[in-house]
Design a protein around this ligand. Structure first.
Ligand code: AMP
Length: 215
């Protein structure tokens, strides 16, 4: 089963994707993670995207479609793909449809995680992740344990994303509403869209997503 998690930055896509990887043996394809890896490795592509990402703007369709194409051509022994942060434009959505068709795969569901904008600012500016396993923390709702160890893996290094600040977030939100939110209508018209309340508790969002997947 292949699905898209659609929603603005801070909607909880990464958190839910991580759970689906563990519980359903799915593969998380996060273009944001792939681009951050490229940036950290200092590759040519990483250098090209670094500035755009720090500002919170979108990198070119060509680059992200290329990244996804490579991953789709790999191993097929898994529970399906979770597209997280991709597609973000109509051109990417069309390209994904064509790539899936070429691989003989289908896109089974698009889950929009709906949240309001004030909550996003609060979530993003308070967000940090474990440097070892990627577990997501929030200064207010899920603080790093007082012993300084990640509750999932015991790691002791935590990091904040460079673009998790109010200034970049404004650009990221604008990019979402201008370029990505039309995908809600696009997938609705294709009869593939389901909406979950992204502001509900993590476990409740989990079960709403499970209901969609098991329907
Ligand atoms: P994310 O981790 O999904 O929030 O992505 C972080 C940043 O990577 C975004 O603000 C964009 O600069 C870039 N990015 C990630 N995915 C895409 C995409 N599908 N299309 C264009 N840019 C992307």
């Amino acid at each position: 089963m292949n699905i898209i998690l659609l929603g603005p930055p801070g909607a909880g896509k990464g958190t839910q994707a991580r759970h689906l990887v563990e519980s359903r043996n799915m593969i998380q394809l996060s273009t944001g993670d792939m681009l951050r890896e490229a940036k950290d490795s200092g590759s040519e592509m990483g250098k090209i995207v670094a500035d755009v990402m720090a500002r919170g703007a979108l990198v070119t369709d060509e680059i992200v479609i290329g990244l996804i194409r490579e991953k789709l051509e790999g191993d097929t022994d898994h529970g399906g793909f979770i597209f997280d942060g991709f597609p973000r434009t109509l051109a990417q959505a069309d390209a994904l449809g064509a790539l899936m068709q070429a691989q003989g795969e289908t896109l089974d569901a698009v889950i929009e995680m709906r949240v309001d904008d004030t909550a996003l600012v609060d979530r993003i500016t308070a967000r940090s992740t474990c440097g070892s396993c990627g577990e997501v923390y929030n200064d207010n709702t899920k603080p790093i344990p007082s012993d300084g160890k990640c509750s999932n893996c015991g790691g002791t290094e935590f990091k904040r994303r460079e673009d998790d600040n109010e200034e970049s977030l404004k650009t990221r939100l604008l990019a979402y509403y201008k370029q990505t939110s039309p995908l809600v209508g696009y997938y609705y018209a294709k009869d593939m869209l389901s909406v979950v309340d992204g502001l509900a508790k993590i476990d409740e969002v989990r079960s709403s997503i499970a209901k969609v997947l098991d329907a």
